[in-house]
Design a protein around this ligand. Structure first.
Ligand code: FAD
Ligand code: NAI
Length: 471
């Protein structure tokens, strides 16, 4: 039996980052990962690199270029004729981006002398893991400590079971080889909006069905309203309070009976994407056999240091509580590695940024207006629209706004919410300020380069004290 200081199960952004940090800290580390690409080759990077963050952003970028070339360039005086789509090239490019990055992780594993065990890991007690290789051969490894980072998988929906052809999950919707003529997305959350946007931009008629009546209910109310307006104007047909009451599939199409506030309707479409959330992946781990505690929703139960109920066994990423985000998984991986190496580890769950990569992008950190109101907290809000920002005009991207919420007495920043161009990049300033316990006044007194989109952040901070300059 091979023995290691650390055995990590799962090679996604939680597991592979934990493995790298452990190795950097001098710990003898193995990482077991079961991922295999379509052609059967093992690959590191988990959902994020293979079928999540990276391929979705590659398609979002490609589809943005396609739409931009058709609809935005004429306003710049650039005429394009016969803009054509080669979906094969677009998909091949996406796969190349994925391969480059997963290959990069493999190189980092070699550099840090991390043992990569290709196969499925199953807990068998005493921090031992049985690894079943892709060829069926098994071996047992033991770690002084274990880190479980087995991630999550799409939640199935009873009314619309995945068939991999007409009714697909996000992985299926990332791999379409043709643009669907008409498509329904069940679930108006992050995946539904990102992948719905991709296929709409490429020419599909997309209907998004959301069970809840409030669009993006966890997002600040002003952003939710603006997102609904902007995405709707682009052509996403978003139906709120909508449910699928009946669904049937034949060779050619899917027929859905839907019910929403306006009544009942029948939709006939060629693809259905089900994106109604993800569930923690503990399948085949032998959780019950070793007595590993899970919570009511099936997540592995952990404390603030990601310790499970089993001595020496930690769990991180999507398989534990908290947002299902790659950067959250990675930061937990680093925190656990440093904790195991005897260092002071730090993970601030209050300042994890969120981004939805539609266009305009939606990004936020900290508390929303609704949360502060519900908590009876006195706060001030500063809002600045991109319509008042010079760079946004130069780009031709003036939709959206920046909203800063700060404590009414101390002015400490409690939340920052952005909908607009490159909100994903802009949110970092807010995260840094909040990490340092900064005030809106700190942002207001910081010089921001001109002309940049970040000046909208500056103006929103000024607006908190009612002294925005360009409004
Ligand atoms: P995962 O990435 O799920 O990795 C787990 C790994 O463990 C997998 O390789 C799996 O095969 C392996 N595994 C599971 N069980 C075993 C076992 N028993 N033995 C061995 N190996 C095992 N997040 C963002 O922050 N930004 C984004 O833009 C973003 N976009 C996304 C787009 C899509 C379409 C999807 C689906 C997700 C997206 N996410 C995004 C979420 C992000 O992908 C996840 O939060 C992240 O991958 C979680 O990392 P993880 O390491 O916990 O698990
Ligand atoms: P989600 O939780 O973001 O959204 C699910 C949506 O489906 C909700 O709006 C919910 O009201 C709706 N819903 C649930 N059941 C329904 C039903 N029966 N009919 C109609 N609507 C229903 O989940 P999603 O989009 O599947 O994404 C999963 C997770 O993956 C995200 O929460 C996020 O953590 C991660 N992710 C992150 C991305 C990013 O950071 N940019 C991109 C994609 C995914």
């Amino acid at each position: 039996m091979d023995k290691f200081d650390i055995v990590v199960i799962g090679g996604g952004p939680g597991g592979y980052v934990a493995a790298i940090r452990c190795a950097q800290l001098g710990l003898k580390t193995a990482c077991i990962d079961s991922w295999r690409t379509e052609d059967g080759k093992p690959a590191l990077g988990g959902v994020c690199l293979n079928v999540g963050c990276i391929p979705s952003k590659a398609l979002l970028d490609s589809s943005h270029h396609y739409e931009h070339a058709q609809h935005a360039l004429p306003a710049h005086g650039i005429t394009t004729k016969g803009v054509q789509l080669d979906i094969g090239v677009m998909q091949a490019r996406k796969q190349k981006v994925v391969r480059t990055l997963t290959g990069g992780i493999e190189a980092l594993f070699l550099k840090h002398k991390i043992t990569w065990l290709r196969g499925h890991g199953r807990l068998i007690g005493e921090r031992q893991v049985e690894v079943r290789g892709h060829d069926g051969a098994t071996q047992t490894v033991q770690g002084k400590h274990l880190i479980i980072a087995t991630g999550s998988t799409p939640a199935p929906l009873e009314q619309a079971p995945f068939d991999g052809e007409r009714i697909v999950d996000s992985t299926g919707a990332l791999a379409f080889t043709e643009v669907p003529k008409k498509m329904v997305v069940i679930g108006g959350g992050v995946i539904g909006l990102e992948l719905g946007s991709v296929w709409r931009r490429l020419g599909a008629e997309v209907v998004v069905l959301n069970r809840g009546k409030v669009f993006l209910s966890k997002v600040d109310e002003d952003l939710g309203k603006e997102a609904y307006r902007q995405l709707g104007a682009q052509g996403l047909d978003i139906r709120l309070g909508a449910q699928v009451t009946k669904l049937s599939v034949n060779k050619k199409q899917v027929s859905l009976q839907i019910k929403d506030g306006k009544g009942e309707a029948t939709l006939k479409v060629d693809k259905v994407l089900v994106a109604t959330g993800r569930v923690p992946n503990t399948e085949g781990l032998n959780v019950e056999g070793v007595g590993l505690a899970v919570d009511a929703h099936g997540f592995i139960a952990v404390d603030e240091h990601c310790r499970t109920n089993l001595p020496g066994v930690y769990a991180i990423g999507d398989v534990v509580r908290g947002p299902m985000l790659a950067h959250k998984a990675s930061e937990e991986g680093v925190a656990v590695a440093e904790h195991l190496a005897g260092q002071h580890s730090h993970m601030n769950y209050e300042t994890i940024p969120w981004v939805i990569y539609t266009w305009p992008e939606i990004a936020w950190v900290g508390k929303t207006t609704q949360q502060l109101r519900d908590a009876n907290r006195d706060f001030r809000a500063g809002i600045f629209p991109f319509m008042g920002n010079g760079r946004a005009h130069a780009m031709g991207d003036t939709a959206g706004l920046v909203k800063i919420l700060s404590d009414a007495k101390t002015d400490r920043v409690l939340g920052v919410h952005i909908i607009g161009p490159y909100a994903s990049e802009m949110i970092s300033e807010a995260v840094t300020v909040m990490e340092f316990g900064g005030a809106a006044e700190d942002i207001a007194r910081t010089v921001h380069a001109h002309p940049t989109l970040s000046e909208a952040m500056h103006e929103a901070a000024l607006a908190v004290a009612d002294r925005a300059l360009h409004r």
